[in-house]
Design a protein around this ligand. Sequence first.
Ligand SMILES: Nc1nc2c(c(=O)[nH]1)N[C@H]1C(S)=C(S)[C@@H](COP(=O)(O)OP(=O)(O)OC[C@H]3O[C@@H](n4cnc5c(=O)[nH]c(N)nc54)[C@H](O)[C@@H]3O)O[C@H]1N2
Ligand SMILES: Nc1nc2c(c(=O)[nH]1)N[C@H]1C(S)=C(S)[C@@H](COP(=O)(O)OP(=O)(O)OC[C@H]3O[C@@H](n4cnc5c(=O)[nH]c(N)nc54)[C@H](O)[C@@H]3O)O[C@H]1N2
Ligand code: SF4
Ligand SMILES: [Mo]
Length: 891
Amino acid sequence: MPEHTPQATKTTCPYCGVGCGVLAYREADGSVRVEGDPEHPANFGRLCSKGSALGETVGLDGRLLQPEVAGRTVDWETALDAVADGFRRVIAEHGPQAVAFYGSGQMLTEDYYVSNKLFKGFIGSSHVDTNSRLCMASSVAGHKRAFGSDTVPGNYQDLEQADLLVITGSNLAWCHPVLYQRIKAARAGNTDMRVVVIDPRRTDTCEIADLHLGLAPGTDVWLWNGLLAHLAREGRADYAFLEAHTEGFGEAIQIARETAGNVPTVARQCDLAEADVASFFRWFAATGKTVSLYSQGINQSSVGTDKVNSIINCHLLTGRIGRPGMGPFSITGQPNAMGGREVGGLANQLAAHMDYAPETLDRVRRFWNAPNLAGAPGHKAVDLFQAIRRGEIRAVWIMATNPMVSLPDADAMREALAGCELVVISEAMRSTDTTAVADVLLPALTWAEKDGTVTNSERRISRQRPFLPPPGQARPDWRALCQVAERLGFAEAFAFDGPDAIFREHARLSGFENAGSRDFDISGLAALDRAAYEALRPRQWPVRDAADTERLFADGRFFTPSGRARIVALQPQAPANAPCPDFPLVLNTGRVRDHWHTMTRTGKSARLSAHTVTPYLQVHPDEAAALGLEDEALAQVESRWGQVMGRVRIDAAQRPGMVFVPMHWNDQYAVQGRVDAAVNPVTDPLSGEPEFKHTPVRVRPVAATWHGFLLLREAPDAMPDCAWWARAQGVAFTRFELAGTEDFESLPELARRLLGDDGDWVQMADPARGTFRAAWLRDGRLQGCLFMGPQASLPQRSWLSGLFDQQQLATRDRMALLSGHPPPGQKDAGRTLCSCFGVGENTIIDAIRRGCRDPEAVTHRCQAGGNCGSCVPEIRELITRHARPVNRRIA
Ligand SMILES: Nc1nc2c(c(=O)[nH]1)N[C@H]1C(S)=C(S)[C@@H](COP(=O)(O)OP(=O)(O)OC[C@H]3O[C@@H](n4cnc5c(=O)[nH]c(N)nc54)[C@H](O)[C@@H]3O)O[C@H]1N2
Ligand SMILES: Nc1nc2c(c(=O)[nH]1)N[C@H]1C(S)=C(S)[C@@H](COP(=O)(O)OP(=O)(O)OC[C@H]3O[C@@H](n4cnc5c(=O)[nH]c(N)nc54)[C@H](O)[C@@H]3O)O[C@H]1N2
Ligand code: SF4
Ligand SMILES: [Mo]
């Protein structure tokens, strides 16, 4: 590894399933700079806010750098022995089904392949599942039911070429921003292109929508059944295609007619306006080039697989699949969700897109020369943790996922894991909610260090290449797996000398006795030597020879036994748990723009932590009024399973009757911030995917005598000792948002504990108003400040935050300090809206007041929105609110 790389390393973004190419530069000062790779076919040079901030997340602070056993630092040999001995003991006493592996769509394909081979093939446990169960399992099940294979038929160009793009259950603008930007650009160049967004919330994705259908949660099958019936009625069924290439359409149309046979019925079931439903149906019927893109609002449901098939049905009925600009499109979440499916990382798959059928078992056994190959599907994620709870699974290895935050009914899952005999965690970070219950910690390499491949949403395999040296004792995950395999007596089958060797074997298995019988085939890459693997350009599978495959099903041939696609007859069903008088609201959960999952990486970036600072719960103004909730005040969401706390955000974009809480916050970042503690553990009966988007809950305000915020230059050793806090990374400080129940008299004492006092201390108490403010300086340099008051509305943090950049506070600033507002003549930039350029809300409002009337003009004036574009919808919103009407001169 060179000391620094003046040239770029071509690698792939480790966040979402768009799979953008990244050029990474290691600068002489040790910092890392990234740019979008202009040659990568996923992004052609673009990056979103998260991708652009990758350089800020590669620091070693908080990393797990040495193995640990029972809380003590040990060397690798000791740790690997502990893992192997533990597994051996459990297997000897309870058999191989008493051990399990729980992986992640953030593992590289090579790591994934080895874990699957070891557990299913050699240890003989079928309990190998992954966080992809929480993510894409309903799409997998829906694909297999329709196509006989887990195939995403289309590609990103289809989204650009479509004349009608239906985006359902997806907040693409925030979750797949680069693809969203590509679509937005395509739409700007095609005046015929229409976009329909289907989501109970009016999200930022609606910025490009010609029509938003804010349907009642969980009612998607009624809508798509209604569409199916409409298409049949209007003569839009492609009978030539149906007769030649599908089966089941008669029954499917009949049930659709019975359950959702006309617009008024659909409108009533979905709680939509009839005119909107009719427009959607009319547009879909009239537009050949239609793509229906979907994500977690579809998958994460107790009827997720049915939702998926209800969408695919409409594409099959009209023959709109396998051709440019048309098709169903399941957009994947994690960078290697697809790779995990390819190797067989799900408990109901065996390997290389093969199921547990007698002939495939025989084939895989022969290929691996596997003595103990598991014979039947294992437990799916939620079941797997419930089996741990029942004591049936006694040893588990968890890799690249943080299930104590991300599983539903998370408190019960934590209890399960805490009671498990042996918990091995392969992690990059030392302290997560999951490492807290580990027996063995194995330090893993992470992005910028690890070496292998990932597959994006359009089946494109790209390389993740290392450009930083392995830190401390951290190792690649595949190596740790191989070293345990060796100790368990399987050295020969795991004698891989690098990721390229693993990739070759994986590619060979994909082509083994395949001959076109399985969609996943990359045998064309099975002979890559190390240099060719190093240089591998992004490839789209199947790759049987030199050529990539842009699109599948162009020939109308599917992978079912009959070769025909199945149109599935679907009886619409309401979500498993309905709201009731005790729990009258529906809890919906999902993502924010700038954070990634459990924040282990994005939480390190000040830029990414500025847009959304605390956990929150979002409710419609009507709900807020009925429940007595105040904007910014604290409230608690409670279900039969548990609770989560956050600040209230009142927002008309929310559907009445629902409350939205982001999934990211956890014990490392907030008090009671894990929303999954409250989420029901109900799963889809076919896919096993949890119903993250629908839990009956109630919401109540949390009484606090004071609210506050604390900015500290040095991160404290312990978290604040008050009732509620949430932590966020600032540029040169740590920010805490706080609330408590102490009375006014004890605030000075609490303040001293929170701030520290071995320097100059200034304070201001106003008992009449109930406000208390203090700051602590050392040698004229601001060390920390604390603002407390009875209301959640406090001075903005932006100006104060900027003071931490200064070596010495200017007298003017020092005098203004405890007011929280800049001295006259200086401006407060306000809450960060554009995280790429760090532009605050007030700066943007100022630009608008000075005459900027569209986002382009705002960008021109203050840069905001000029990079990834994710904040453009918010800028537009500000323009609507703050633009003064142009003065008309009377003629
Ligand atoms: N910024 C950011 N981007 C990410 C991630 C991240 O953590 N942060 N994670 C990545 C991963 S792993 C994934 S899986 C993807 C997820 O990407 P998305 O699926 O786009 O994100 P979510 O916010 O989980 O949910 C999408 C939408 O489903 C809606 N929804 C809820 N119930 C229903 C319903 O009944 N019907 C319909 N039609 N819609 C409903 C929600 O209101 C929400 O707006 O994002 C990826 N990208
Ligand atoms: N309520 C609710 N819950 C949800 C969802 C939701 O929408 N709502 N979405 C679900 C979905 S779609 C997903 S994908 C999951 C995501 O949930 P998780 O997978 O639990 O979340 P991450 O934070 O991505 O966890 C990845 C972990 O791997 C570590 N890590 C990073 N790189 C490496 C590496 O190379 N090797 C190893 N060994 N470790 C590494 C990180 O530090 C981090 O702790 O959450 C699910 N949970
Ligand atoms: S859209 Fe953003 S997060 Fe997703 S791969 Fe591209 S740069 Fe990374
Ligand atoms: Mo996901």
